[in-house]
Design a protein around this ligand. Structure first.
Ligand code: NAD
Length: 506
């Protein structure tokens, strides 16, 4: 069991109960949370829980993010949330509670330790021991989506340098603290050269400060395939938000079951601990759910709170219970289990084994002392000089039904002159003007790239400055000509470096 690199809010008085906010959740949430709190209490965890309501009822009461305004007061006071899974009602208008909590509280690091529990829990990978560290606030999960035309919708992928620096440094510091020897960074920067490229670049920059840690980069598609095939070759995997969401479920599942894994969301202002599974409405109320995932999350929380010794006792009792073959239905196998137990009976069995250790699974490792879990109160960002930002053009996105690329191109060229020049039109990123291919399928969404007319005289990569009034004048001419402008993206150079991708075929 791992501890977390985080601003551990150790109680002011040693041995005092740590205030924590607790959300019972929906579906199986109340059943598994009740049993987890029983186990923690029996083990002597020093906690002062403050219960809040989040989830389905709050959504239905009109809180679009599933959380009542007063719950934030508790979160601000404790800085720690232990949360059971919730049910997100179907239908539009509801925002994800988890994404809201992560982004509002600045929980930038999502940490999911996964380790095989062979032979107690069946897995094809008996030596799997992988920690997934996932950026938690940015990427496509910024949740900025728009329908731009009848045919085309868009989701913005936002990646920031400070966001990359925080998560990359977190991953390396985590390795140092836990004696982990290798970080594998996974991106798709062969395609997304600016966004994923920035993440990869920051990984290499900050990695130089950690020469003792082995470092490698893999493209996410082959990386995910290898992770599913030979997880033993990985130690810590660092990646962006969406990829991390996907691969962390894959690794949890091949380690044994998604029902066994917990996760931590860590930020400078707080921390959220939860199981990785959902509210399982199909089995709710039956006292058959496995409380292990939430228990793992609670152990991460105890270590975060500086109560590692309690976490170790609980973890050993839990491992012993699994090893003794007392299994909930999700992991029960007639040939490997001794008895199929329900949620309450499983918790009873863990409580009965407090103080015992597993014989085969390897006992829980002692965690670093609380002071060692916070080597830096705040992870430093790389200082840098702000680059010079120069406007050199604009991409104007135009709605046009059944347009003929050459005709649209000629019309736009005439409207752009004399200050600006239409360089290229793309449709879904592929060049269709000038000299497009007649086979290219076109939607009603056209990206028209205008640059300075002076730049055309030069040779690539040459861009000349453009003024914003020139851009505004262009937009006025386009709309006056009856064209529908959906949006614009300005084209900038940063210290002379191109800050935009080229169209395919540009
Ligand atoms: P789920 O994880 O709830 O269930 C998937 C399957 O796994 C089901 O068959 C379920 O019975 C089983 N399962 C899950 N947890 C289990 C456990 N502890 N013990 C035994 N079996 C378990 O996923 P879902 O069905 O896609 O989602 C159900 C609801 O949960 C949805 O409303 C979804 O939005 C929500 N959800 C919430 C969270 C969260 O709060 N963090 C995460 C994921 C999904």
């Amino acid at each position: 069991m791992e501890t977390l690199l985080s601003p551990a809010p150790t109680p002011a008085v040693a041995g005092a109960a740590a205030p924590v906010t607790v959300a019972m959740g929906d579906g199986i949430g109340p059943e598994i949370m009740t049993q987890v709190l029983r186990i923690l209490d029996a083990a002597g965890a020093r906690l002062a829980p403050d219960f809040i309501e989040v989830g389905e009822q709050q959504y239905r009461a009109g809180h679009s993010s599933g959380i009542a305004p007063e719950a934030w007061d508790s979160l601000r006071r404790t800085g720690v949330l232990l949360k059971a899974p919730i049910t997100t009602p179907l239908g539009g208008g509801y925002k994800s509670l988890n994404v809201t909590l992560r982004k509002t509280l600045g929980l930038y690091a999502n940490v999911r330790p996964n380790r095989s529990l062979h032979p107690a829990v069946a897995t094809r990978f008996p030596t799997l021991d992988v920690v997934i560290i996932r950026e938690n606030e940015e990427d496509l999960y910024a949740g900025i989506e728009h329908q731009q035309t009848p045919d085309v919708v868009q989701c913005l992928k936002l990646v920031s340098r400070p966001g990359c620096e925080k998560i990359v440094r977190y991953a390396f510091e985590y390795c140092r603290q836990h004696g982990r020897r290798k970080v594998t960074c996974m991106t798709k920067d062969n395609i997304m050269k600016l966004t994923d490229g920035l993440f990869h670049r920051v990984f290499m920059e900050i990695g130089r400060e950690y020469p003792e840690i082995e470092q490698e980069h893999q493209i996410i598609d082959i990386g995910a395939a290898r992770l599913a095939d030979t997880p033993e070759r990985y130690d810590v995997v660092l990646t962006l938000n969406l990829y991390g969401d996907i691969i962390s479920d894959i690794v949890a599942q091949i380690a044994g079951s998604v029902g066994l894994a917990g996760s931590a969301n860590i930020g400078e202002g707080g921390a959220l601990f939860e199981a990785i599974h959902g509210s399982a409405p199909d089995i709710a109320g039956g006292d058959i759910a496995n409380p292990s995932g939430l228990l793992q999350a609670a152990l991460l929380m105890l270590r975060h709170l500086g109560q590692s010794e309690v976490a170790q006792v609980v973890e050993n009792a839990w491992l012993r219970t699994l090893e003794d073959g007392l299994h909930t239905a999700d992991i029960y196998r007639a040939d490997a289990s001794r008895e199929r137990v329900g949620t309450t009976a499983f918790a009873d069995a863990v409580i009965a084994r407090l103080g015992q250790q597993p014989a085969q699974l390897g006992i829980a490792r002692p965690a670093p002392a609380p002071t060692q879990t916070t080597p830096r109160p705040s992870l430093p960002l790389v200082p840098r000089v702000r680059p010079q930002q120069e406007l050199v053009g604009t991409d104007v996105f135009v709605l046009a039904h059944d347009a003929v690329p050459d005709e649209l191109g000629q019309q736009l060229r005439a409207l752009a002159e004399p200050a600006l020049h239409l360089k290229i039109i793309t449709n879904r990123g592929v060049k269709v003007f000038p000299q497009g291919h007649s086979e290219t399928f076109c939607t009603d969404h056209w990206r028209c790239r205008f640059v300075s007319a002076q730049a055309v005289a030069g040779s690539e990569p040459y861009y000349a400055p453009v003024t914003y009034p020139q851009v505004l004048a262009l937009l006025s001419r386009l709309t006056a000509a009856g064209l529908t402008v959906i949006k614009t993206e300005n084209l900038y150079l940063f210290d002379g470096q191109r800050g935009f991708s080229l169209g395919q075929g540009e």
